[in-house]
Design a protein. Structure first.
Length: 372
């Protein structure tokens, strides 16, 4: 087990950017400008990282039983005969655990978009409870920062952890808090988290939920072995492998690119933890190229970064607030740091369609990826 130098942990919170030269653009996806789904477009810039407007409802939910996980559905072929698969539709958003007005507004936008385009579930990308997570399954933050803001939605939320969920104002070293979030699944109709990392299958798609905070601190060997086994063990009808976690591999936000988080150069000795070197090594070891798409948060903005190392990368960390883009040298198909919002995804056979919506339900970007 690697020791965690205290002085380096303090560096992990730094946000001083160090712009990099832009690499060559990756292979372009098919993109198109988008029209508004909801006509009430009101720009709201909330470049702040503080809690606000918490709901005062302090009721504690009662146990509802095991919500389970989504299991595989239809197949793509049987005895050489093609069978039409059922589309898989979901939203992805992170860094939403504020209980503020923006979180409620984004929830209403999700409801409106899903009513028109359809949604089966949500991927919830960590930092679910600012600033330091919950203390037990009866913590009222489960109500004020999750159940109440999403009371209008009946979707299951597949949840992963962020650094703020594990304490100390985002330092994220209270690892013992992880099982609390797993246990809360028994108290909620929509909160779905069978373990601190896990997988599930829906139709022709397999999803891999990562605990990137453990990986960040160098404790990712078990997940590295696990995900390699999961790739092998996937059902024969699986065509798409989708990863989701909190920390990004590439991002133009304040945290930036794994291996150089916060703009920290790799020449600084003993800087592996704060600059995200272990996140980079995890992806380089096999997640890259095996995952078709990876969704993350951590940076509080929306970015469709595109293909890197054989995987499509998407940052959707504007579920309740925004922080500025810094320009970390990545070519992106879309990026915005002025408005909260979320990603909507449809996977239909060998085609993935992705879109970014703002907090008013206005579609601002769309792209299509087709497997050969």
């Amino acid at each position: 087990m690697r020791a965690i130098p205290v002085v380096l942990l303090s560096l992990a919170c730094a946000t001083e950017p160090k712009p990099q030269d832009a690499p060559e653009a990756p292979m372009a996806d098919t993109t198109s400008p988008s029209d508004a789904l909801v006509s009430t477009d009101t720009d709201t810039d909330t470049d702040t990282d503080t809690d606000a407007d918490a709901d005062t409802d302090t009721d504690v939910p009662t146990p509802t039983g095991d919500t389970g996980t989504i299991t595989t559905g239809g197949t793509t072929s049987t005895g050489g005969t093609t069978v039409e698969t059922v589309p898989v539709r979901f939203v992805a958003l992170g860094d939403a655990g504020e209980g503020n007005d923006a979180q409620y507004t984004v929830s209403e936008a999700i409801e409106a978009v899903c009513a028109v385009r359809g949604c089966d579930f949500a991927l919830y990308l960590g930092d679910n409870f600012y600033d330091s997570g919950v203390d037990d399954v009866y913590d009222t933050q489960f109500i004020t920062k999750f159940e109440d803001p999403y009371a209008n939605l009946t979707l299951p939320f597949y949840v992963v952890l962020g650094n703020h969920d594990l304490g100390l104002d985002g330092l994220g070293v209270k690892f013992w808090k992880g099982p609390i979030y797993v246990d809360y699944e028994q108290f909620s109709y929509k909160w779905t988290m069978p373990d601190v990392f896990y997988s599930f299958e829906v139709e022709n798609v397999k999803f891999y939920g990562l605990n990137t905070t453990d990986i960040f601190f160098g404790f990712g060997a078990d997940q590295e072995a696990w995900i390699a086994d999961e790739f092998i063990a996937r059902s024969p009808e699986i065509e798409w492998n989708i990863g989701f976690g909190h920390h990004p591999y590439v991002s133009n936000g304040q945290h930036g690119n794994a291996g150089n988080y916060e703009g920290i150069p790799d020449a600084i000795p003993y800087s592996e933890i704060p600059r995200g070197q272990y996140i980079k090594e995890f992806f380089d070891a096999g997640a890259c190229g095996n995952l078709d798409v990876y969704f993350s948060g951590h940076d509080h903005n929306r970015q469709w970064v595109g293909e890197e190392c054989g995987t499509e990368f998407v940052v959707s960390g504007a579920g309740a607030k925004t922080t500025d883009l810094e320009g970390r040298g990545n070519f992106t198909l879309f990026e915005d740091d002025t408005k909260e919002g979320f990603a909507w995804i449809e996977i239909d056979g060998n085609t993935l369609t992705g879109a970014f919506y703002d907090l008013d339900g206005v579609e601002e970007f769309s792209t299509t990826i087709t497997k050969p």
